[in-house]
Every structure is written in C-alpha cells, then in structure tokens.
Ligand binder design. Structure first.
Ligand SMILES: [Mg+2]
Ligand SMILES: [Zn+2]
Length: 193
C-alpha cells in the first residue's frame, strides 16, 4: 500500500497552496480506522507493506532525521492499537531533486514498479496475488504493471475514471478508506480459500 492519503492524512500547506506529505512527526496523523484496517489485514495472514514515493528529502523540504521520526511515530501509533507493518519501501529520488545524490531517473518512483518488485523479492510474494492500495493514479498504474489487484481510495476520484480508462489503469475497486479496502480484501481472500 501507499502511505500518504492511505495510512496518514495528506497535509495542506495553505501558504503555498499545496498538499504534501508530512514533513515532521507533528504533521503525521493517522486517518480514521487505519489501525483497525491494518489489524484486519494482519489477521488474514497477509504481509502489509508500504511502497511510497518520498521525494521530500530530495527536495530539501525535510531531513532524513525527521523522516525517521515520522516512521517511528507511525509504527508506535499502529503498534499501540495492535497493528503491524511488515515492510516499508520508499523511493527518495526525484528527477529534479535539489540534492544531487537523489537526482536520478530511477526505477522505483511510482508509477514505475521497482518498489513492488523489491518487496516481492524480499518477501517471496506472487504479485498477482497481491493487492495494491493507493489514493493516486500512479499507485493503480504501478500495481497494474506487475499484475496486482488494485484498490483506489478516494471519494470524488471518478473524475479520474475516464483518464484511467484511457490509460488502461482502471482500479479493480474504488473505496472510501483503508478499512473498506481491508474488507474487500478479506472477502476476496475468503473466495480463494
Ligand atoms: Mg498517496
Ligand atoms: Zn526511486
């Protein structure tokens, strides 16, 4: 699954007129019902893995140290509710990165499927049996490229449907939040039993 907009709120920076990833732990807030959703997925015996583009360090908006603190806050908040993330994969690159070390055209920035492939290798997963959950087109696209079933989170996202249809990246399901996604996954998994 993607992280921002799926697990945690996307942060609004009104002074810049943009929405962005949290840049420090104070800006990191779990979305409603997320611990419950992840707990559901843990209970199904599935691996819960984050695959997320995070160019915020490359762009000089935050630091490695703050990024680590955000991850720690996430883990702790989930753990206290009995929810567990099995793996976290991040792409820190950006083609126009301010910091040179991150300025590359990589194979892991979604919609490229690099992070998904890496996770599949590490966890020995058959990607055609995996679900990619995200709140952006690029999540659906990355998932589709490697044969995952795809779930798009978004309320008003069907303005995107035409575009997705044209590009051949229609999600298999569209839901309101991760908890609804976890229910779909539970239902699908029961079918496979
Ligand atoms: Mg997102
Ligand atoms: Zn990358």
């Amino acid at each position: 699954m993607d992280r921002d907009g799926v697990i945690n709120e996307i942060v609004c920076f009104p002074e810049l007129g943009v929405l962005d990833s949290p840049l420090n732990p104070d800006q990191f807030n779990l979305l409603p019902r997320v611990p419950k959703a992840i707990k559901n997925l843990n209970g199904l015996g599935l691996k819960v893995i984050i695959v997320s583009n995070q160019p915020v360090i490359a762009k000089g908006k935050t630091t490695k140290a703050l990024f680590k603190k955000i991850r720690e806050k996430m883990t702790k908040q989930l753990q206290t509710k009995g929810a567990f993330i099995d793996g976290e994969y991040y792409c820190f690159h950006h083609p126009q990165a301010k910091l040179e070390e991150y300025r590359v055209l990589c194979g892991c920035r979604k919609p490229a499927p690099g992070l998904l492939l890496e996770a599949a290798k590490d966890f020995d997963l058959d990607l055609t049996k995996c679900y990619m959950v995200g709140d952006s087109l690029i999540d659906v696209e990355a998932g589709k490229k490697v044969g995952c079933k795809t779930i798009l989170i978004g309320k008003m996202k069907c303005d995107l449907c035409k575009l997705m249809d044209e590009n051949g990246f229609m999600p298999d399901w569209i839901v309101n939040d991760l908890c609804s996604a976890s229910k779909i996954i539970a239902k699908e998994e029961r079918k496979n039993d």
